[in-house]
Design a binder for this molecule. Structure first.
Ligand SMILES: [Zn+2]
Length: 301
């Protein structure tokens, strides 16, 4: 009695095992022959059942396993950015002539991830070099963009760390604002600017001394587009055309300002480049303007 049941049980177990093995084999063959690791069975099943209508009809989930295994990060050796001072873009640009009508485009408060890349793209398209006055925290946030600015032949100026009214700070605090930003720019792009623009153009004798201690110059502007305030493209274009003179420095922004205000800056740029080119202006960096002797003493101190 006991033995017979054991026998029957054993036979039953054998049949079950064979069934499992056969089924398993079929399933395995199907998987390997098909999309192994596709991981799409759940969404497909759900969609087929109509139980959970998926908002995204895409059958392939985004988290597909990567074909290449993830290699652990290489240990950092030495400094994080390892700037190589001395590697400057090739000096192919001709020295601007004193008699040429020169104008410098300047962009404050960047870099950022939205407008600075668009402005750089336009400058590249029109083969124009400009000057960017950068603030420290943005430099820390977008070091690659700072490097790109330098690599593409533009000039960089210091626009302080915290964008405060420098005239209200002690000389020591002014120095800290400037030095901290200089160091951030150096870390990002391997250069230390010798130009500075005070936030709001708020300049004092003390700040001029602070700058002189560091062999730096302060740069004002001759035409304020007021782009940060959301001024219309037409109004800015008219203003620039009416007030630009040779040796002019135009003030624009690539960060800050009112919501979407700098969309106007991006639209304005090709228009004023066209307008001023037609009037015979050549676009240069503030450094080139100074080198050509065209920077006004009241504007660059
Ligand atoms: Zn500013």
């Amino acid at each position: 009695m006991r033995g017979r049941r054991m026998k029957r049980n054993r036979a039953g177990l054998f049949v079950v095992l064979v069934l499992i093995a056969t089924l398993g084999g079929i399933l395995m063959a199907k998987e390997w022959g098909g999309h192994l690791f596709s991981g799409s069975s759940i969404p497909e099943a759900a969609a087929a059942e109509g139980a959970t209508p998926s908002p995204s009809p895409s059958p392939t989930p985004s988290q597909k396993p990567s074909p290449t295994p993830t290699v652990p990060n290489k240990p950092e050796t030495g400094k994080p950015s390892d700037p190589t001072p001395g590697t400057k873009p090739p000096a192919t640009k001709p020295t601007p002539n004193k008699d040429e009508k020169l104008v410098a485009l300047t962009f404050d408060d960047g870099p950022d991830g939205k407008y600075t890349p668009q402005v750089l793209e336009l400058l590249k398209k029109y083969k124009i070099k400009a000057t960017f006055f950068l603030v420290g925290p943005q430099v820390e946030k977008y070091p690659d963009t700072v490097k790109q600015i330098v690599d593409e032949g533009h000039s960089i100026g210091n626009h302080t760390w915290s964008h405060k009214d420098m005239t209200k700070l002690t000389k020591k605090a002014q120095g800290e604002e400037i030095d901290k930003t200089q160091n951030a720019i150096f870390k990002a792009a391997g250069i230390k600017p010798h130009l500075m623009r005070a936030p709001f153009g708020a300049l004092s004798d003390t700040l001029l001394e602070t700058l002189a201690d560091r062999e730096m110059k302060h740069v004002y502007w001759t035409v304020d587009t007021k782009d940060w305030a959301g001024t219309s493209v037409a109004e800015m274009r008219k203003n620039v055309l009416a007030h630009t003179r040779s040796g002019g420095i135009l003030l624009m922004h690539t960060f800050g300002g009112r919501k979407n205000a700098l969309d106007h800056t991006v639209k304005l740029l090709p228009l004023i480049i066209g307008d001023l080119s037609k009037k015979g202006y050549k676009f240069v960096t503030v450094d080139e303007l100074i080198d050509a002797g065209q920077a006004h003493a009241s504007v660059v101190k």
